[in-house]
Ligand binder design. Sequence first.
Ligand SMILES: [Zn+2]
Length: 202
Amino acid sequence: MPPGQGDQCPFCQLIENPQQLITVGETENFYAWLEVQPRSKGHANVVPKDHKESILEFSPEEYHEAMTLVRETIDKAIDGLGADGASITMNVKEAGGQMLPHAYIQIFPRFEEDENAGTPTGAIFQHREDLQDQDKLKEIQGEMNSVSPNFETEKIEPHPESQRFKEEPEEKQEENVENSEESGEEEEDDGRPERGESIEWM
Ligand SMILES: [Zn+2]
């Protein structure tokens, strides 16, 4: 969590006082809680316990954990509330409709008797005839496919130290042995002005 940010983040404040949460599920790193201003019966949010600015900060493992909790929440809505379906929304960043600076996934149970039954959430987007043209679609395809997403690598990188120690234990051990031998000699040679420790303290 970036310093200072968690203090102001409404979701972090909620998570610090979990007795306020009306939970319908929990994993090691996520809550599923009922929205207090629901837009449908059983409207729930799946929210990371750590401050993540958007779902783009989730690791592959966190996606797996979050989506498993989403699936379990849908099961509870269908079997527990008699929901006839569900819509899942992930609003990414402000332009994408994300209303808070803390990632969340919304689960809207859908009911046949509701006025909006059968309406896909994508219906908020009007059809764009100017984008239907085959040449235009090919152009957009080219622009998007010029990008090589590197999700797995990017998300594993935050732990380079632990990875390196696991991969090269022998090399590291040899280096450490040499270093400790050297420093051991230095410690025995009292009065040597080049001693690293002394220099640090000076
Ligand atoms: Zn937060």
